[in-house]
Design a protein around this ligand. Structure first.
Ligand code: E4P
Length: 216
């Protein structure tokens, strides 16, 4: 399973990349706004940090303008993947970009049939949002099972990129379901690396070792 970093903060992306845990990056307009950085500069910098797909979202809402923005974004670096929203206009732009050989991540997917439509329109990545479904009392993880099964049934080439992950349990389920990619906030990546029994175990090992008065 690939881990993408769900962030637009260069410093935190670098920290995860240095651990060897960043196979790609996803950004969205909210994360870009939070960073306070000029969009294109930030994307160029992220592409120097991580050698993998970097999703950059369009903000136009009509297909011709989405296509224009997507072409500009994809010209920034070969690793840029254009993110289009799961709307009819977004699917038209997805088809137009895919026909030009540009990879598209269709975002804001909340149902299995939206995912099926997106892959048929040429999406290379499908981004179902788990946390936002849970937020409104739906079962976000069920959506992942359904999409993975549909992609497997027909051997579609798109990768399932689980988004809106809020906890290690979301990641665990996505991995068990066989999703190709999880995009993870840095805080969740740090959570999965820690366990209280690891800390307690190390403390005991070191205390016992110090009693030997030896050095390595
Ligand atoms: C990533 O591609 C998505 O934009 C992101 O995971 C959304 O996460 P959120 O629902 O926590 O904002």
């Amino acid at each position: 399973m690939k881990f993408f970093v769900d962030s637009a903060e260069a410093a935190e992306i670098r920290e995860i990349a240095e651990l060897g845990l960043a196979d790609g990056v996803t950004t969205n307009p909210s994360l870009i706004a939070k960073s306070g950085r000029p969009y294109f500069d930030l994307l160029r910098e992220i592409c120097t940090i991580v050698d993998g797909p970097v999703s950059a979202e369009v903000v136009a809402t009509a297909a011709p303008a989405m296509l224009e923005e997507g072409l500009k974004l994809s010209a920034l670096h070969p690793n840029i993947v254009v993110k289009c929203p799961m709307t009819i206009e977004g699917l038209k732009a997805t088809r137009a970009l895919a026909d030009r050989g540009i990879r598209v991540n269709v975002t804001l997917i909340f149902s299995p049939l939206q995912a099926l439509a997106a892959v048929k329109c040429g999406a290379s990545f499908l981004s179902p949002f788990v946390g936002r479904l849970d937020d409104i009392g739906h079962d976000g993880l069920l959506l992942i099972d359904q999409i993975v099964r549909i992609m497997d049934n027909y051997d579609y080439p798109a990768e399932v990129l689980v988004a809106s992950i809020r906890s290690p349990l979301h990641l665990l389920h996505a991995a068990e379901a066989g999703a190709h990619i999880a995009t993870l906030p840095p805080a969740v990546i740090k959570q999965i690396l820690q366990h209280p029994l690891t800390d307690a175990g190390l403390e005991k090992f070191l205390a016992d070792w110090h009693q030997t008065k030896q050095k390595i």
